[in-house]
Design a protein around this ligand. Sequence first.
Ligand code: ADP
Ligand code: MG
Length: 257
Amino acid sequence: MSASIAVAGAVKSFGDQRVIDGIDLELAAGSVTVVLGPSGSGKSTLLRAINHLEPLDRGVVTIGGETIGVRLRTGRDGTQRYKELPERQILRQRSRIGFVFQHFNLFPHLTALENVAEGPVAAGVSRPVALRRAQDLLERVGLGDRAGARPRQLSGGQQQRVAIARALALEPSVVLLDEPTSALDPELVGEVLGVIRSLADSGTTLVIVTHEVAFAREVADHVVFLDHGRIVEQGPPAQVIDTPQHARTRDFLARVR
Ligand code: ADP
Ligand code: MG
């Protein structure tokens, strides 16, 4: 089941640098959102805030209506504040949020199959069932015949497809992808975008940080352009990519296209 994502009043600083500077987002269940923006604009921090890898200083993230990482507490004097959830609960929430990293982050000593099955096994799924599902997921990303290979025996594009299969292993309600093709040789980008496209078609809620503007134009329902931790503009791709309203968006698009 896919879920909606809401970010409300998000603020995050590192030292005295405000990296997320008041972000509000409402993403419908099953929608595909592409986040564009220059390097350092806060894209990764925003994605990491959504799954509470990077807790916000202020603001709140909800997925399918469930608040992520924190819970609202009303003090004796009536003031309301958020309190961090216990680690175990955060891990349970995070297990329902698939995350795909720029540098794949596979376990080098495990096979492709074991990399995909590892999460479900840790979550209590029996090993035979987890391995069978992992094999199905590898087939889905076109790697059914490479199940026994270790990451170093696979191309970057294949490794990233294993990482996508792994992100799907716990049947997440949303999948976040942080520059999934930026580390790949150009000739390997297409195969990974193809897998992401089929994921988009399957109705999973996706948030993708990417500089692949043509791909964004094709798969996104919603495009968000970030700069200096703020949303400069957002809307359907035909609007943000084809007729950007802001000079900063136009400059960025001219540089990446
Ligand atoms: P983007 O993904 O758009 O390139 P990031 O979200 O990674 O941007 O980073 C935004 C800014 O926050 C950058 O200036 C970066 O150096 C800084 N930053 C990110 N993570 C940390 C961290 N853990 N500690 C300190 N500064 C950070
Ligand atoms: Mg980044």
